[in-house]
Design a protein around this ligand. Structure first.
Ligand code: ATP
Ligand code: ZN
Length: 214
């Protein structure tokens, strides 16, 4: 493998994609992102961009297949992969929240004791419940979490919320926020000296872009 270039993994298509691409471009890195491409070379910086599913990014960075990645902190923390979070990027802000049926009585997190909760974030949920001395039955499902209470699959859900409208339209109310997230840059723990230097240059540019915006 070439130790003299940085491989940067970003989401192929989704809520992180546009801002991730914009950030890289604002750092002055030029590349051709022809539709459907999974990998592209930067033309004026020793970097390659990989376009992946966001869930796969922490694993690729841990393995060193990608040296840097842009993902939601929610995904990075849930993955428990051994990577460094090197910078918070300020976009794709959202929260991981618990919701229960609108008509359910809810006084506090203790009310979740013994209940079943559907989520795609079992680890973050488990940590949260543990820190509040609550034991619940966590059902890991991979999507359409919000429908679970209304079809009797679970008493509550734990999912990503930004405006709260998805919860509302599924007859749920948001009762606890367990994690606040934004896009972060993660890095491999096994960078070569050249890659570390390229990362430092990139971070300097990112910080300059952020300062210019504020
Ligand atoms: P992929 O196909 O790459 O797996 P995905 O469907 O898992 O995509 P997206 O919905 O594109 O993921 O969300 C990517 C990230 O954007 C989330 O992990 C989260 O950090 C952030 N995000 C911001 N707002 C929202 C929102 N309203 N709903 C879901 N995720 C959001
Ligand atoms: Zn995903």
């Amino acid at each position: 493998m070439n130790d003299n270039i940085l491989r940067i993994a970003i989401q192929k298509s989704g809520r992180l994609s546009e801002d991730s691409l914009k950030l890289i471009k604002e750092c002055g890195i030029r590349f051709d992102n022809g539709a459907g491409k999974l990998k592209t070379d930067a033309t004026n910086f020793p970097a390659e961009i990989l376009f992946l599913r966001d869930d796969d990014i922490p694993g690729y960075v841990e393995d060193g297949v990608a040296h840097l990645g842009i993902v939601g902190e929610n995904v990075s923390e849930e993955s428990c992969k051994d990577v460094d979070t090197v910078h918070k990027l300020g976009f794709s802000k959202c929260r991981l929240s618990i919701g229960v049926l609108r008509e359910a009585e809810y006084h506090g997190v203790q009310d979740l004791q013994g209940k079943s909760i559907a989520t795609t974030y079992p680890r973050l949920l488990e940590q949260y419940l543990k820190s509040h001395d609550v034991t619940a039955d966590i059902h890991e499902i991979s999507g359409s979490v919000e429908i679970a209470p209304s079809i009797g699959l679970a008493d509550a859900v734990c999912d990503i919320v930004s405006s709260g409208s998805t919860l509302l339209s599924n007859g749920l109310k948001e009762v606890e926020t367990i994690f606040r997230s934004e896009a972060v840059m993660i890095a491999s723990k096994h960078l070569s000296p050249v890659q570390q230097d390229l990362l430092d240059q990139l971070l300097f540019r990112i910080k300059s872009v952020q300062v210019a915006k504020n």
